[in-house]
Design a protein around this ligand. Structure first.
Ligand code: NAD
Ligand code: MLT
Length: 525
């Protein structure tokens, strides 16, 4: 398998990829979008930082690509939904460069307060302008943090060390969690009104774009200082420039821009603004940490199938993967069996009970959906794109979990709703921790092995049916590996594992036997 690294990765990261069994690594920096499109079809893995734009057009050429690794946090340079649709895992390295970004933020707060870049320029120009560069003390000032995630928290800790009082707005962090680290959680308006310094540490999304604009600046404390080491699009540069020029905002520090490199920006004309060229993650330590992390994650996925820090798939550690793999296998086979028996799909419920609920069941659901949906589509479905295909087709997926079980240590039930077909429901379990078994099909209890070619037969529970089935298959040289039978209320269901698939004419002959209700052959890998 080949991995392409396009934006430069520290040597330690490249070495991990080179050492991974079965991986071949190529580092090609500075490829144009056209050059990248021309070669991307050769690679199973792609590792980028922020320069490479992984667009839907690029992905349309990426026939072999299985994983995109982003050595950093923001995945806004990757079209994650296009990747998901193609079943490509997108991974990032949360936390790997947080300290570097937090330290830059603190450096920005101090540099703004003491005019360090402007004073440096002035001294270099032979001037000695002490009164021009009168500064502001940061201790006892209020720092407002928007986004109290990995970086926001590290900034808070450091600002508390500088004796600032720290408040934050983050819709996903509770008051209690904030207080634990000495931060008071506030609503956004109160944060705007109270902050002497306002620093952004939230992701860029459709909702957060333009968070800092004329209308929000008007709600801020006059003379506020604004720091953006998150994403450029969070700030309307023209509105901020106007506020800097009028003095409504005392100063601003920008590490990131709506367009990078920005070329021109209205902010460049503001003397009270300082800039860095997206240096938040640029320390040796951070680069080595994200490079090691992404190299390990990408190689673990390609070599061992372990998914960590994926933004489009629930993360599963190596140890957990070993434990849940048998459930993934069971759920996929159950989904496939049910999918092949149905003529169309509708909303799906997955019921998990017993030991299986000790684990995050979402990957198991992905596996069941893969089996179900693949049975109805020719394009390749995998664990990553299966939920996207279900959503696209309006199929609602409901999961229920309970620790209680009756007969089995773990039981998975898949129900497809809104159908009027014979079989809409199937239940399965693991025997001996890893051997998949189907234990109920459409209300009939049995004990069948979901493997290889299986003929599923419904019949009236009358003498002679099994003999006729065996004789017909035998007559055509089709060997029966296993024959499992269940019955209820005068009907029976057989699952017959055959060594070679029965041709259509043999299936037709089986259908014509006395007391047969239906015959369907499914293929389970
Ligand atoms: P994170 O996911 O750990 O934290 C982001 C926080 O933002 C989360 O706690 C989330 O709940 C919160 N959030 C989400 N929507 C919000 C909203 N509407 N309002 C307020 N808070 C909201 O991410 P992180 O690692 O701390 O990164 C934060 C930002 O910094 C990201 O945009 C990332 O891309 C950027 N970043 C920049 C650099 C750089 O070089 N300048 C380096 C690393 C990260
Ligand atoms: C990130 O999101 O990790 C940062 O923007 C740093 C980088 O671009 O590598």
């Amino acid at each position: 398998m080949k991995v392409l690294v396009t934006d430069g990765l520290s040597a330690e990261g490249l070495e991990i990829l080179r050492q991974a069994p079965g991986l071949e690594v190529e580092a090609k920096k500075g490829l144009s979008p056209e050059e990248l499109q021309a070669v991307i079809g050769e690679y199973e893995g792609l590792i980028v930082r922020s320069a490479t734009k992984v667009t839907a057009e690029l992905l349309a050429q990426a026939d072999r690509l299985r994983v995109i690794g982003r050595a950093g946090v923001g995945v806004d340079n990757v079209d994650v939904s296009a990747a998901t649709q193609r079943g490509i895992v997108v991974m990032n390295t949360p936390g790997g460069n947080s300290l570097a970004a937090a330290e830059l933020t603190i450096a920005m707060i101090l540099a703004l307060s003491r005019h360090l870049p402007q004073a440096t320029q002035s001294v270099r120009a032979g001037k000695w302008e002490k009164s021009k560069f009168m500064g502001t003390q940061v201790a006892e000032k209020t720092l407002g943090i928007v986004g109290l995630g990995n970086i926001g928290r590290l900034v808070a800790e450091r600002a508390l060390g500088l004796k600032m009082s720290v408040i934050a707005y983050d819709p996903f962090v509770t008051k209690e969690a904030g207080l634990k680290i000495g931060v008071e959680m506030k609503e956004l308006d109160e944060l705007f009104a109270r902050s002497d310094y306002l620093t952004l540490h939230l992701p860029k999304t459709e909702e957060t774009k333009n968070l800092i604009r004329a209308e929000t600046i008007a709600r801020m404390k006059p003379g506020v200082r604004i720091i953006n080491c998150a994403r450029g699009e969070l700030v309307n540069e023209a509105d901020l420039a106007a506020a800097l020029n009028s003095g409504r905002v005392a100063a601003a520090a920008m590490d990131v821009f709506a367009k990078e490199p920005p070329g021109e920006s209205p902010l460049f004309g503001c003397e009270n603004a300082i800039f860095t060229p997206h240096l938040g993650a640029s320390t040796d330590e951070a680069q080595s940490s994200v490079a090691l992390a992404i190299a390990e994650q990408v190689s673990d996925y390609l070599v061992r199938g372990t998914i960590r820090n994926a933004v489009n798939f629930p993360s599963v550690s190596g140890e957990v993967m070993i434990q849940i793999r048998p459930y993934l296998n069971l759920a996929e086979r159950m989904g496939s069996l049910l999918g092949q028996m149905l003529t169309c799909l509708d909303d799906v419920t997955l019921e998990y009970s017993g030991e299986v609920v000790k684990f995050d069941t979402r990957p198991v659901t992905h596996a069941a959906l893969k089996g179900l949906i693949q049975a109805h589509l020719d394009i390749p479905i995998n664990y990553v794109n299966a939920p996207a295909y279900a959503r696209q087709r309006g199929i609602k997926v409901i999961e229920t979990t309970t620790e209680e079980t009756q007969e089995f240590t773990s039981l998975i039930t898949i129900k497809v709703h809104g159908q009027h077909e014979e079989v809409q429901e199937i239940a399965g379990t693991l025997f001996g921790k890893r051997n998949p078994r189907i234990v109920r099909v459409g209300g009939i209890i049995l004990d069948a092995v979901p493997e290889g070619s299986v003929i599923v037969i419904r019949n009236h529970d009358k003498p002679g049916v099994i003999g006729n089935l065996g004789a017909t298959l035998g007559k055509h040289g089709i060997n029966i590996g296993q024959f499992k039978l269940g019955r209820q209320g005068g009907q029976a269901l057989c699952m017959v594992n055959v060594d070679s698939p029965a041709p259509p004419e043999v299936l037709e002959e089986l259908r014509k036997l006395p007391n047969i209700i239906s015959v369907r052959q499914v293929k389970l890998d």
